[in-house]
Design a protein around this ligand. Structure first.
Ligand code: C2E
Ligand code: MG
Ligand code: MG
Ligand code: MG
Length: 287
């Protein structure tokens, strides 16, 4: 057993640590067959135009969120398995499955709402992302302007020039690009100037604190104005209360997403919003 523990060193002889490594290895193996076994699925969370009240909120689209239904462990949250998939490189294959599944689903809707898909950094650095998006759009028949790709600044930090070129080529396909979790990391204003985002998603952390501290309100207000000045639209994430919605609508925020509007759920729960599941099913089978 390693004696001294100091910051930044890994004591490789800790038995618990050994167990953790074994657990991760097992989880990794299980994740690698999860797609084939049909254990992955997508949940969808609605986004609404920021109108007056929840009842009056018009649904404009959905964000697709990955779910892993593990046969024994149950539902493993994406916060656990996405990082694992990223580390192991599995995210490339998984990301492709997610993108195809979300586009196929959205293409089957009778009402042409938007679908937003999260991209991982590894999808930017491995393989031909632009070619993949292009072929999935052709294959599924989804109109490019209905697809929104969500990226976090982490994607762009590593290689500015490559990131910019990729975003421009994606935009040239006609898809939309959103900056996800804005304000949560090292977001710098120069990113907003340099990269052609269509949308900024204000991180949940600021929304939670609306009404609790005046700083969050000031930041949210400033981001809305800034985004609008750059001709980007603004979505607030994690909206849970009417008071938050009121504030955001008042400040001119374009759209909201959060438990107040709807929790992420299988698309069947939103059948009425996308045009009915019977119709969707017919279209899917025909295609
Ligand atoms: P995200 O893209 O910022 O997604 C929003 C997360 O906030 C989702 O968590 C959603 O369930 C949660 N959320 C939405 N509204 C509320 C609310 O009102 N209150 C609270 N407390 N939470 C809310 P989820 O589904 O667990 O996803 C977590 C993160 O995992 C996502 O953050 C995204 O970064 C990543 N992720 C999820 N699906 C995918 C995927 O398909 N691909 C990639 N690359 N990453 C994904
Ligand atoms: Mg997202
Ligand atoms: Mg987010
Ligand atoms: Mg997030």
């Amino acid at each position: 057993r390693a004696k001294a523990k100091s910051r930044g060193t890994i004591s490789i002889f800790e038995p618990e640590m050994d167990q953790q490594i074994r657990d991760r290895r097992v989880l990794h193996q299980e994740l690698s067959v999860a797609i084939k076994n049909g254990e992955l699925s997508l949940y969808y969370q609605p986004q609404a135009a920021a109108g007056g009240s929840v009842a009056a909120s018009q649904i404009i689209g959905f964000e697709a969120l990955a779910r892993w239904h593990h046969p024994v462990r149950g539902c493993v949250p994406p916060g656990d398995f996405i990082p694992l998939a990223e580390e192991s490189g599995l995210i490339v294959e998984m990301g492709e499955w997610i993108l195809r599944e979300a586009c196929r689903e959205a293409a089957s809707w009778a009402i042409p709402l938007q679908v937003a898909v999260n991209l991982s950094p590894a999808q930017f650095t491995h393989g031909d992302l632009v070619g993949l998006v292009h072929s999935i759009l052709l294959e599924t028949g989804l109109t490019p302007d209905r697809l929104e790709l969500e990226i976090t600044e982490g994607v762009l930090i590593e290689d500015f020039d490559r990131g910019l070129s990729l975003l421009r080529r994606l935009k040239a396909l006609g898809v939309r690009i959103s900056m996800d979790d804005f304000g949560s990391g090292y977001s710098s204003l120069s990113y907003l100037q340099a990269f052609p985002f269509d949308k900024i998603k204000i991180d949940r952390a600021f929304v939670i604190n609306l009404g609790r501290n005046p700083q969050s309100a000031a930041i949210v207000r400033a981001v809305i104005d800034l985004g609008h000045g750059l001709e980007m639209s603004i979505v607030a994430e994690g909206v849970e209360t009417e008071a938050q919605l009121d504030f955001l609508a008042e400040e001119g925020c374009d759209a909201v997403q959060g438990y107040l509007i709807g929790r992420p759920a299988p698309i069947g729960q939103f059948a009425a919003l996308v045009g009915g599941d019977q119709l969707a099913e017919t279209v899917r089978r025909a295609g």
